[in-house]
Design a protein around this ligand. Structure first.
Ligand code: 6PG
Length: 484
């Protein structure tokens, strides 16, 4: 009976499509779903006529169908549900068997699971899977991490079902130990939040600032998608802007402007704060969703608080060109910050991450896929130790060339009263990052003034701390120096 190459638990939309994808690639798959009816519907529906997809009614039955080492993939809701299923599967597994969690799990959970399962001799993989329904079916981006001993046993399946670049490289490779696969997927999602917010800001500038119609915006996005912004998110935005409801009204116009979120962007922000990495663009993108979500309060405020009441005057086409460049600039900043975060997380967790390979995994299949990621891969291939994308020749030239456009866009948005939190934070980051001197000297003086927190001096070696009795009244005792 051991005939299936892999078992999959959880037949929601991602699970079903992954099973069909695996099966298309020649793998036998045993499937299980807690609600058995869902399994039967799948077997008799989308999987009908496929005699190497095996429906099972219990987890024991599912496991009994698997070749060794047994590979069990969970496609269930992140959180406790994952632990619940791991407990259900465990009694039927043997040493060397593999459990793969393909959901959007929080990386500390994957760290824990990798560790506790390793103690039981079970190899755990936390795999980020991106690309939504279509990706799962035709080729997702897959970011597997965890117990490396399991990689040879899952490599072929994962690389076969994953998306491929134009040069036929799989958008799936080994990420690293513990929860690093889910960490990288989390950062992917954070970047996704940033990209989406940037596009939203461009949309509002075009619509409210320049007064463009939907067909005109559709045209603009079509053009942008043929240039350096060429990406999945620009492409779907182009199509969304052209989509009419049954009554002929553009559907997006009727959608409530209150953003949802499941938590991965927030986790990225929290991790950035924990590690002290200035991932400002994703942070702003998360907060922009939060601000959108207080719709009732905004509605009330909109009746009381007025803006500048200024109308756009000037050359619309040249402003559209500026927005295109501004988006590219801000995108570069966002990815710079995302990669800075992964570097720090790798240091903190003793992961060895290959940034070129991460860019390659994101090059196809996933939600943030774009031509641009090819350039990031080139940058890290050239210099795997690159501290910051902004220091790579290609990206340096692009930001230097496009900063004028971004400055004009942000300035105009401020004048018009249109919120552009991610565009403007990208500029603030750039101006801060390129500053030899920031006003933190004054801040340090303030800290020392009110709390004897001490400061270092430019004219003394780093690591020596000084306290000044600023008022002549305080004592000379300094507080201990520590950094978060
Ligand atoms: C992907 C997506 C996927 C999911 C997001 C949505 O990579 O395929 O990122 O994981 O659509 O989690 O996230 P929010 O609901 O938080 O926007």
């Amino acid at each position: 009976m051991s005939k299936a190459d892999i078992g999959l638990i959880g037949l929601a939309v991602m699970g079903q499509n992954l099973v069909l994808n695996m099966n298309d690639n020649g793998y036998g798959v045993a499937v299980y779903n807690r609600t058995v009816q869902k399994m039967t519907d799948f077997i008799e529906g989308p999987a009908k006529g496929r005699d190497t997809i095996y429906g099972t009614q219990t987890i024991e039955e599912l496991v009994s169908m698997l070749k060794r080492p047994r590979r069990v993939m969970l496609m269930v809701k992140a959180g406790e549900v994952v632990d619940h299923f791991i407990e259900q599967v465990l009694p039927f597994l043997e040493e060397g068997d593999i459990i793969i969690d393909g959901g959007n799990s929080h990386f500390p959970d994957s760290n824990r699971r990798a560790k506790t399962l390793a103690e039981k001799g079970i190899l755990f993989i936390g795999a980020g899977v991106s690309g939504g329904e279509e990706g799962a079916r035709r080729g997702p981006s897959i970011m597997p991490g965890g117990n490396e001993k399991a990689w040879p046993a899952i490599k072929d399946i994962f690389q076969d079902i994953s998306a491929k670049t134009e040069t036929n490289e799989a958008c799936c490779d080994w990420v690293g130990n513990d929860g690093s696969g889910h960490y990288v997927k989390m950062v992917h999602n954070g970047i996704e939040y940033g990209d989406m917010q940037l596009i939203g800001e461009a949309y509002q500038l075009l619509k409210d600032g320049l007064g463009f119609s939907y067909p005109e915006m559709h045209e603009i996005f079509s053009k942008w998608n043929e240039g350096p912004l060429d990406s999945y998110l620009i492409e779907i935005t182009r199509d969304i802007l052209n989509f009419k409801d049954e009554d002929g009204v553009y559907l997006v116009e009727k959608i409530l402007d209150s953003a949802g979120q499941k938590g991965t962007g927030k986790w990225t922000g929290i991790s950035a704060l924990d590690l002290g990495v200035p991932v400002t663009l994703i942070g702003e993108a998360v907060f922009a969703r939060c601000l959108s979500a207080i719709k009732d309060e905004r509605l009330e405020a909109s009746k009381i608080l007025s803006g500048p009441g200024v109308k756009f005057e000037g050359d619309k086409q040249s402003f559209v060109n500026d927005i295109e460049k501004a988006l590219l600039f801000a995108k570069i900043i966002s990815y710079t910050q995302g990669f800075m975060l992964m570097r720090e997380a790798a240091k903190e967790n003793s992961w060895t991450l290959n940034y070129g390979s991460i860019a390659l995994m994101w090059r196809g299949g996933c939600i943030i896929r774009s031509a641009f990621l090819g350039k990031i891969k080139e940058a890290y291939d050239k210099n795997p130790e690159l501290k910051s994308l902004l220091l790579d020749d290609y990206f340096k030239d692009v930001v230097l060339e496009s900063q004028g456009a971004l400055r004009r866009v942000v300035a105009k948005a401020v004048e018009l009263g249109i919120p552009v939190p991610t565009l403007s934070t990208s500029l603030a980051f750039f101006d801060g990052y390129r500053s030899e001197r920031l006003p933190a000297n004054l801040l340090q003086a303030q800290r020392d003034y009110f709390g004897a927190h001490t400061y270092e001096r430019l004219d003394k070696p780093r690591g020596q701390f000084f306290h000044t009795n600023w008022t002549g009244k305080g004592g000379n005792v300094s507080s201990s120096t520590y950094d978060v």
